[in-house]
Design a protein around this ligand. Structure first.
Ligand code: CA
Length: 228
């Protein structure tokens, strides 16, 4: 998953980014003002946006209004400073999905971020099931037909992304955009290698292939038991 953090307090931004990268293993991009932040949202690469309210150039409410009026439905978590509580009603009415008041606990931020991403993808529960594959997004554990499957962090991230989109063909480009931040030089053969390892591990205890490759289009997770 890839998160955009729009926050002008450098130290706070770096702490939050580090926590999101190390804990759930998200790709994180940083923007220091509202205009750069809004510009970055337009690529549609983000699974969640964390938006500070008081920002240079364009404030958080301005960013949110412009995103929503452009039809961008990406979940938005607002960070508010002390004394800004009166604007929370305005923020929720403007299309914010949640908010946290500074100072906040990083553990709480991560829990809210994960819940918002899940709900944004239509999953209310932290356990996802597709056919005989089950993942627990809190523990980042994977089982196939009840057997534990050990994955590398990137293999897990790819599988989690695909589990949120069963029956849908997901392109390599989409995986690159949602799993790596903008400092990463994009190579689709990196994705191919990870998917190949992921498939080998998932299929070790099953005769049914877990992930289809559709030439030139991308990957699709099997959706039903017993149907290849
Ligand atoms: Ca600020």
């Amino acid at each position: 998953m890839r998160v955009l953090l729009i926050e002008d307090e450098t130290r706070l931004a770096e702490n939050v980014a580090a926590a999101l990268r190390e804990g759930p293993g998200f790709a994180v991009d940083l923007a220091e003002d509202g205009e750069i932040g809004l510009f970055l949202t337009r690529d549609g690469c983000y699974d969640l946006i964390i938006l500070d309210l008081m920002l240079p150039m364009l404030d958080g409410l301005g960013v949110l209004n412009k995103m929503r009026s452009a039809g961008d439905t990406t979940p938005v978590l607002i960070l508010t400073a002390q004394g800004e509580t009166r604007s929370i009603i305005d923020l929720l009415n403007a299309g914010a999905d949640d908010y946290l008041s500074k100072p906040f606990d990083l553990g709480e931020l991560i829990a809210r971020v994960k819940a918002l991403i899940r709900r944004g993808k239509g999953a209310a529960h932290p356990t996802l099931n597709t056919a005989d594959i089950e993942i627990n997004t809190l523990e980042q554990t994977v089982r196939r037909a009840g057997m534990v499957v050990d994955l590398s962090p990137m293999e897990y991230r790819i599988l989690e992304y695909l589990m949120h989109r069963p029956r849908v063909v997901v392109s390599k480009r989409e995986l690159l955009e949602h799993l790596y931040d903008y400092n990463w030089e994009h190579h689709s053969n990196v994705i191919e290698a990870h998917v190949s390892n992921l498939r080998r591990k998932l299929d070790a205890s099953s005769e049914q292939p877990s992930i289809e490759t559709l030439r030139g289009r991308g990957y699709r997770l099997i959706a039903q038991k017993g149907v290849a």
